[in-house]
Design a protein around this ligand. Structure first.
Ligand code: KG4
Ligand code: ZN
Length: 336
């Protein structure tokens, strides 16, 4: 008789890099057992953007209850958890410190290994939670509030950054454009909703940066600012057309450059990740135009969450990449 040993690895993920307090339990890097996100968006929208001091204080209030909820929503006990994975950077220093210190305290109290995770790597691993397992080599486009990175991934933990934004990140550009158009915060979902079914009738510039895999969105933002300043935008349908024009310019540049790089490098797939990947116009453009399959997490796994951190932690755990209890936050952490 053959005896098959099935090992199940459950990782608790903790994410507090920006304004979402999140904890999740993920099994074998693929199955979400719980995924709790406490958003601070209502608090920060009053100020038109994230206030770092407020964010870290709010994490202090919500982090432990969020971890407790993530554990309570599973059948798991602490004995069933193999390790704790926590975002150590990039992000806001005060926010990261809350998550890392809670992860350290819980890991020490429960005698569990601790794994520090790069938030951007975590975003990529949201693609392992969606059913279809990604195939290497793949090209990852990470588009969030702080980053727009084009990264080659040849295997688990093997990343090479090809390009990045030279100024504003794509999400940051959406947030600033929404402010210019008076659409509130967070800007990405506001622009998307306003632009829905509208014709992008304004000609806005695209920075192609030929010969480079870098991006630039500050010229586009300035062009939108001048358009709104120099013309009458009291009519809401003109605002909607400007939102659609802005969105189309961002989508054109991100997708065209990523698809060109994918063709040049001969990758098997493109993976999208980060909050801006929740944008339907971007998702549709990639799906219609990419010559290779495109994997995109569901919108709720594109924006910040801890399931992606736990999934990434699983592969660190399998590769033996365990950290000491003395890990520190690295607010400016990037890819290699
Ligand atoms: O990945 P994320 O949740 O947090 C960071 O790591 O920054 O990304 C947040 C960013 C914000 O700039 C937000 O405006 C943008 O993602 N975003 C979107 C959409 N949903 C969120 N941008 C465009 N369209 C969306 N639907
Ligand atoms: Zn993020």
């Amino acid at each position: 008789m053959t005896c098959v040993i099935i090992s199940i690895v459950k990782i608790l993920g903790i994410e507090t890099s920006c304004d979402e307090t999140a904890a999740a339990v993920v099994e074998d890097g693929a199955s979400i057992l719980s995924n709790v996100v406490a958003s601070q968006v209502d608090i920060h929208s009053r100020y038109g953007g994230i206030v770092p001091e407020v964010a870290s204080r709010q994490h202090l209030i919500t982090a432990l209850p969020v971890v407790e909820s993530a554990m309570a929503e599973t059948e798991a006990t602490w004995q069933d958890i193999a390790a704790i994975a926590v975002t150590m950077g990039p992000g806001l220093a005060g926010s990261l410190l809350v998550g890392v210190n809670i992860a350290k305290a819980v890991a020490l109290a429960q005698g569990l290994p601790l794994i520090g995770i790069n938030h951007l790597e975590g975003h990529i691993y949201a693609n392992w939670l969606s059913g279809d397992e990604p195939v290497f080599p793949c090209l990852c486009l990470i588009v969030s509030g702080g980053h727009s990175d084009l990264v080659m991934m040849k295997g688990h933990g093997q990343f090479q950054r090809l390009g990045r934004t030279r100024d504003d990140a794509a999400g940051e550009a959406f947030d600033k454009a929404a402010r210019i158009l008076g659409l509130g915060y967070p800007g990405g979902p506001a622009i998307e909703a306003t632009a829905k079914d509208r014709v992008p009738s304004f000609a806005l510039p695209r920075a192609w940066l030929k010969g480079s895999d870098d991006f630039s969105f500050s010229g586009l933002k300035t062009a939108l600012l001048h358009l709104v300043r120099d013309n009458d935008f009291s009519d809401s349908s003109r605002v909607a057309e400007a939102a659609a024009s802005f969105q189309q310019a961002v989508v054109d540049v991100l997708a065209t450059k990523a698809i060109q790089a994918a063709e040049r490098l001969g990758v098997k797939q493109i993976l999208l990740a980060g909050g801006v990947a929740a944008n339907k116009a971007l998702r549709d453009y990639f799906i219609s135009n990419s010559p290779v399959p495109v994997l995109i997490p569901p919108p709720g796994l594109c924006t910040d969450n801890a399931a992606m951190i736990a999934a990434c932690g699983y592969y660190h755990y399998q590769l033996g990449k365990i950290d000491g209890y003395d890990i520190d936050v690295i607010p400016s952490l990037s890819f290699g």
